[in-house]
Design a protein. Structure first.
Length: 64
């Protein structure tokens, strides 16, 4: 298993193919990258991919 940032995954595979591999739209993938979301893609041993976003717990958001 390997974990890589969403931006690197999209650069490696191209936005359209990366979105298809993650079962999402290319627009959704681009928006997540543009918004700077902290998404990590897991490359599983069976050749499948999954993505997970790390977000702060609501009560632990920093004051802006």
């Amino acid at each position: 298993m390997r974990h890589i940032p969403l931006t690197e995954f999209a650069e490696t595979h191209g936005h359209t193919k990366a979105a298809k591999l993650l079962d999402m739209t290319q627009g959704g993938l681009s928006k997540a990258i543009r918004a700077g979301r902290d998404v990590t893609v897991t490359c599983h041993d069976d050749g499948s991919f999954s993505a997970r976003e790390m977000r702060p717990f609501p009560s632990q958001k920093s004051a802006a």
